[in-house]
Write a protein that binds this ligand. Structure first.
Ligand code: BGC
Length: 418
């Protein structure tokens, strides 16, 4: 072989090796069919909103499709345990009217959302107030249950320091506003107003499926009445409120989730192993720890971040919920990982968690990962409000989707097939 030819062959070989790191394939205008482009579902897992069954057709839409969320059951258990620990440690002082009944109220986010269901079950199981419905703890809202006669929950007995207390779910409801938006903080603020004016002296603990609603109830009533409120998400405002009597929250490790949401797309676009910068360090040194930061289910094509309980003991370490996770905060080399364009929607632009924690994190990581992301903010009510803004999928290299309703995956994928 002539020397020149050998050199050029070697150059080609070297180039293709360096491409393995980043940027091997996929680019807008590249002729890749939209239905073959990388797709990540996040925050709301494609599933049947009545039965919870996963929508595997959506989760396996193409070879580069994944879901990124968090471990709902592990987090729900932590939340229940956190509330139980608080009651056990403070029973004598929190039973405000001294009737021997520790009463709590519960704000439910969305009765058709697996994460919300898991949290309701987690609290009821830990406190012993859950009843069985078809082999699982009933997650139906109880409405008002001041007399303890509801059938979807039961009174529990708890022995603390030689005294037996009754634990009662005094009231619970789905916080949905009249326009149909769920997890609605304002609705929760109104609910605590109604509940407290009719049976306020019986409320000893406030529990919520998330911090948006939890903080709304805390600010509207619990704080002034020195009643602890517990939420979920570890939004910065909720973590800061722990110093003022907010009981605690759960971090769903949004810093890991936001990274994974964009990272699985980056890896697919680069044609590298999906585990790059996740379970295996990338060239920049980004790597997570499986079993500590996240777990992956191949069968469900899903990455689940692991949760951490945040209480008065450790909250100082979690004050800024928008800070990238230090293990994966290294900038990728733009000569090897060229800019790609992503379409991403936030189903409800006014959702506390998504707007104050998740999106700011995504915006930090998109720079680090050299992704140009168009953020579409939905109204939280109708899928069409979002899908109408996926008018030109050809312009994008990949898609990140946060659905309004978990059964509606086809509203999005059908657009990619046109
Ligand atoms: C969060 C909620 C949020 C919901 C939106 C959940 O994971 O905990 O705060 O409202 O996602 O889908």
């Amino acid at each position: 072989m002539k020397k020149r030819k050998l050199i050029s062959l070697l150059t080609v070989a070297a180039l293709s090796v360096s491409l393995v790191g980043c940027g091997g394939s996929g680019s807008s205008g590249s002729g890749v069919k939209n239905s073959d482009k990388p797709l990540v579902w996040f925050n709301r897992q494609p599933s049947n909103s009545s039965t919870g069954e996963l929508d595997m057709a959506a989760l396996k839409y193409n070879k580069d499709t994944y879901y990124v969320g968090f471990d709902a059951n592990q987090g729900a258990e932590l939340q229940g345990q956190m509330v139980l620990d608080y009651i056990k440690a403070n029973a004598a002082t929190i039973d405000r009217n001294g009737d021997g009944v520790i009463g709590y109220v519960l704000a439910i986010g969305d009765i058709g959302h697996n994460d919300s269901i898991a949290r309701t079950r987690g609290v009821r199981s830990a406190l012993g107030t859950g009843v069985d419905a078809n082999g699982a703890v009933d997650s139906t809202p109880a409405g008002t249950n001041v007399d303890g006669k509801a059938t979807v929950v039961q009174d529990a007995k708890l022995d603390i320091d030689g005294k037996t207390y009754t634990i009662r779910e005094l009231a619970s409801q789905e916080m949905k506003n009249s326009a149909g938006a769920t997890w609605d903080a304002a609705t929760a603020g109104n609910a605590i107003g109604t509940w407290s004016s009719s049976f306020g002296d019986q409320i000893d603990v406030v529990v919520s499926n998330n911090d948006g609603m939890g903080m709304s109830m805390f600010n509207a009533w619990a704080k002034d009445n020195k009643v602890a409120a517990f939420g979920y998400d570890a939004n910065s405002d909720a973590v800061a409120a722990i110093a003022e009597g907010y009981g605690g929250t759960i971090s769903q490790h949004a810093d890991v989730q936001a990274y994974l949401t964009l990272r699985v797309l980056r890896n697919a676009l680069d044609g590298v192993d999906v585990n790059t910068g996740i379970g295996v360090a990338d060239e920049a040194g980004n790597v997570l720890e499986e079993g500590v930061d996240y777990r992956y289910s191949e069968e469900e094509r899903s990455y689940y971040a692991l949760n951490i309980a945040i209480t008065a003991e450790n909250y100082q370490d979690f004050m800024d919920s928008t800070k990238p996770y230090s293990k994966v905060a290294n900038q990728l080399d733009s000569s090897k990982c060229p800019t790609k364009k992503i379409w991403l929607d936030i189903y409800n632009a006014s959702d506390n968690f998504l707007s104050s924690t998740y999106q700011p994190l995504l915006e930090n990581y998109d720079d680090l990962l050299n992704l140009k992301v168009d953020y579409i903010g939905g109204d939280g009510q109708t899928e069409s409000n979002i899908t109408n803004r996926l008018g030109n999928p050809d312009e994008y290299d990949a898609f990140a989707i946060n659905m309004v309703k978990t059964d509606n995956a086809a509203s999005y994928t059908s657009i990619l097939e046109q």
